[in-house]
Design a protein around this ligand. Structure first.
Ligand SMILES: *Cc1c(COP(=O)(O)O)cnc(C)c1O
Length: 812
């Protein structure tokens, strides 16, 4: 344990020598990163073991958070921060000639997620450990994470993310904790002499799930929880048998590959399910390995199975791990001999479910034939759950076929994963107030009417440790210098900053920090994208997955409109702006890729036109990721959260920006509604249709985008530039698809309907920004009111309302 700088310097130098055979003077940045990582991991080890022992001895309840995605990002800086070793290590390294910031850049992002859902899981792990809750993540150790995005000629090109090419210093392979997962084969129910039905499963294919454990260290305590990532390996036994039978080495390799591909790559689709067989295999692989492991941990306590729900909570992040329900039933019945009723009671009492979306294209359904052939025993159990559920509905509502048909888990040849998740869990939560209301009143209304007590809201959050304390050190320092450091343990104390809202000198300091961050980002962008931007301009940022409903297109069309104004009216003056984008499109999402091309085309025109480029610039930063977000967010003035109302379940990017003093330009959607509630009309820029209006239009079909096009000159002129000769189209038909989407297919996401209101609001922002003092006051109020969005608050709510747990980790 190094408790002072000199000890650290010595330990670090020794580690360089023993692990890498390097002297400090000749060590490269990579060497130093690896030595430091391995040293820090060892430091965590003691508390990791201690925490595990404490959990086992106390027999307290453990939460297992099942998620197909954990978008972790880098760990070095955050681990040091949470261990409160950051400044000691930083200074020690400096004395040895290294910069910690540069070493941090050597770490590859662990990009094991698509976007918000995966990032939420990562924030939750940080909060669980920091609050001392016994909560662990179960996920997949994808060999390739979220793809590496390159831009060629304005188009997105996907390259594999080889994040493991450089050793991942934080993981520990745990073959002693491996389990077997079975696919395919045949199942027979055989009656034993004693008269019991026994399940016989034969001719299955077996794959070994090997856990790689990653320590999750709490802030300022001694709790170290575990993120367990499962990797698929061909079992020696199975592959050998197969190989000797066929006596063919190629078959052997083929078979091995087919098993190991289960944990090969992350599906890069956000908010879209394509029903691929390999994806279903991944889901069951995670679920089966995780449930077996959770049950095994419980068995170590030597308690009766009936008490399982008092010792384990299985939480499913969206429906992707919904097979947890039949898998736990299978283990309880087939491996432990429990009867249906008893197993069902235990399962329901253990499982809880978070819904993340109401987008129909994102709702998971699996063809019955696929589930039955890949997971025969699991399908039998799902079928039985469905039968019993429909039976119980029939008893309550005899003859109400419509109700039963719309609630059934298996219908029209598909298994509906959301229905399975609702029926099999004791808690179902949405991720923001508006989203939960929409679930209750519309999307899941009949389920809500059936099980009202199960539905609840848990507004998302973000860890203020990564997203403020670590990513924005100067702002954190200003806060601590002015209100003390209690806000770090208790983020709602940020409210104490309100006392400075009219303090000119404080606001000036706040402004100075934003300016410093903007200059840093401008430098970064110069090197990363080769574009020179003006740090005095408004940094107007939209970074998130590219999707129709998130409406990057609205943002791009507004920029085209501004360009037109500057070009046609020489007296037109605007407050200088830099528009910054970052977004990955799903590789198969044609429209989204066209929008990326449009943004690049607009950037090209604007940035190269001397008549406008002193007033505006457009930058697309490739390969948006957690570490890029950490650089951009502290430097942002305007946070674009412009989804079609009702479509963005919560958003979490909006919270990160608010906490860093950006003002939200947003629709009344997701958690924007709660931001508005906290800061009031004067400190947020809202525009556009409300969710009720949007949902009403969908119902009555009265929206006509063509009508907007015909009535609004600005809309018509801008859209015509997509298809007629213009600086943007250059006579090509490149953007015909975008035009068609908006006009021919009636603009599903109401881009044109909200266009006028968006332009007006943007113009108001331009004016307001000029009053520096007023702007900084707005910024301060956002920071001060952002404490609610710490994931610590969210996790405390999950802990008390859903999981029923108290802190049982090692608190200092
Ligand atoms: C926070 C975050 C997201 C989610 O952003 P939204 O604006 O809420 O969609 C996606 N990707 C990364 C890398 C993030 O850090």
């Amino acid at each position: 344990m190094f408790s002072n700088k000199e000890d650290f310097k010595q330990a670090f130098s020794e580690r360089l020598q023993t692990d890498l055979g390097k002297k400090v003077e000749s060590a490269s940045e990579v060497d130093a990163y690896r030595a430091l990582g391995s040293l820090v991991k060892d430091e965590m080890n003691r508390n990791w073991l201690k925490t595990a022992r404490q959990y086992e001895e106390s027999k307290e309840k453990q939460v297992y958070y099942f998620s197909m995605e954990f978008l972790i990002g880098r760990l070095l800086g955050n681990n040091l921060l949470n261990m409160q070793l950051l400044s000691l290590v930083k200074e020690g390294l400096e004395e040895l000639g290294f910069s910690l910031t540069e070493l941090e850049e050597e770490e590859n992002d662990a990009g094991l997620g698509n976007g918000g859902l995966g990032r939420l899981a990562a924030c939750f792990l940080d909060s669980l450990a920091s609050l001392g809750y016994a909560g662990h993540g179960y996920g997949i150790r994808y060999k390739y994470g979220m793809f590496d995005q390159r831009i060629i000629d304005g188009y997105q090109v996907e390259l594999p993310d080889r994040w493991l090419a450089r050793e991942f210093v934080w993981e520990v392979r745990r073959p002693d904790e491996a389990v077997e997962v079975r696919f395919g084969g045949e199942v027979d129910m055989v009656r034993t002499k004693a008269g019991r039905l026994e399940c016989h499963h034969d001719h299955y294919e077996q794959v070994r799930a090997i856990p790689y454990d990653v320590p999750v260290v709490g802030y300022g305590n001694d709790t170290v929880n575990t993120l367990r990532l499962w990797s698929a390996e061909a079992t020696d036994h199975d592959t050998l048998v197969k190989a000797s039978k066929d006596d063919d080495f190629n078959n052997f390799l083929e078979h091995k590959r087919s098993l190991e591909e289960i944990s090969e790559f992350l599906y890069p689709d956000d908010s879209h399910e394509d029903g691929k067989r390999l994806r279903l295999k991944q889901e069951y692989f995670l679920v089966s390995a995780g449930v077996q492991s959770a049950v095994r941990n419980f068995e170590r306590l030597n308690l009766p199975l009936a008490s399982f729900p008092e010792h384990a909570a299985l939480h499913i992040n969206d429906t992707h791990p919904a097979l947890v329900i039949p898998e736990l039933m299978r283990i309880l019945m087939d491996d432990h001999g429990l009867g249906w009723e008893e197993a069902w009671e235990i399962t329901q009492a253990s499982v809880s479910y978070t819904n993340h979306t109401t987008l129909s294209e994102a709702l998971e359904t699996w063809p019955v034939g696929l589930v039955r052939s890949l997971l025969p025993r699991i399908y039998m159990i799902i079928d039985e759950i469905n039968e019993r559920f429909c039976q119980s509905l029939w008893e309550k509502h005899p003859g109400d076929f419509d109700r039963i048909a719309s609630l059934a888990i298996v219908a029209d040849g598909f298994v509906k994963m959301a229905h399975l998740s609702i029926v099999g869990s004791h808690s179902i939560n949405g991720v923001a107030k508006l989203h939960t209301d929409i679930l209750k009143k519309r999307e899941m209304k009949i389920f809500y009417d059936t099980f009202p007590e199960r539905f609840n809201n848990k507004t998302n959050g973000i860890t203020h440790r990564r997203w403020l304390l670590h990513s924005n050190e100067p702002l954190s320092k200003l806060i601590t210098d002015s209100i003390g450091d209690q806000w770090i343990q208790e983020p709602e104390r940020l409210e104490d900053l309100m006392q400075f809202k009219s303090d000119r000198s404080f606001l000036k300091e706040l402004n100075g920090i934003k300016q410093q961050k903007k200059e840093e980002l401008a430098d970064f962008i110069k090197g990363y994208a080769g574009i020179q931007i003006d740090p005095a301009s408004i940094f107007d940022v939209q970074i998130k997955r590219l999707h129709g409903y998130k409406r990057q297109l609205l943002n791009a069309l507004h920029i085209m409109h501004l360009y037109n104004q500057l070009k046609t009216d020489r007296r037109y003056k605007m407050t200088p702006r830099t528009f910054i984008f970052g977004a990955k499109a799903a590789p198969s999402y044609h429209f989204a890729k066209k929008v990326i091309k449009l943004i690049h085309t607009v950037a090209d025109v604007v940035n190269n036109d001397p008549a406008v480029n002193n007033q505006m610039k457009v930058v697309f930063l490739p390969n948006y990721s957690v570490s890029l977000a950490e650089k951009i967010i502290p430097a942002t003035n305007i946070s674009e959260q412009i989804s079609t109302a009702s479509k963005e379940a919560s958003g979490t990017g909006n919270m990160k920006f608010m906490m860093n003093g950006a003002l939200t330009l947003g629709t009344m959607d997701g958690a924007n509604v709660e931001i508005h509630e906290l800061v009031g009309d004067d400190h947020i820029y809202t525009f556009g249709l409300s969710s009720d209006e949007v949902l009403e239009y969908y119902k009555n079909g009265h929206y006509s985008s063509r009508q907007v096009y015909e009535q609004d000159d600005r809309v018509r002129h801008t859209l015509d530039q997509l298809i007629h000769y213009s600086p943007f189209s250059k006579g090509e038909t490149e953007f015909q698809d975008i035009y068609d989407n908006l006009i021919t297919f009636n603009d599903e996401y109401f881009v044109l309907k909200d266009f006028a209101s968006y332009i007006d609001t943007q113009a108001r922002i331009g004016k307001d920004y000029k009053d520096v003092n007023l702007w900084n006051k707005k910024s301060l109020i956002n920071i001060a009111r952002s404490g609610k969005f710490s994931s610590d608050r969210t996790i405390q709510e999950y802990a008390s309302d859903i999981w029923k747990i108290q802190p049982t980790g090692i608190l200092k």
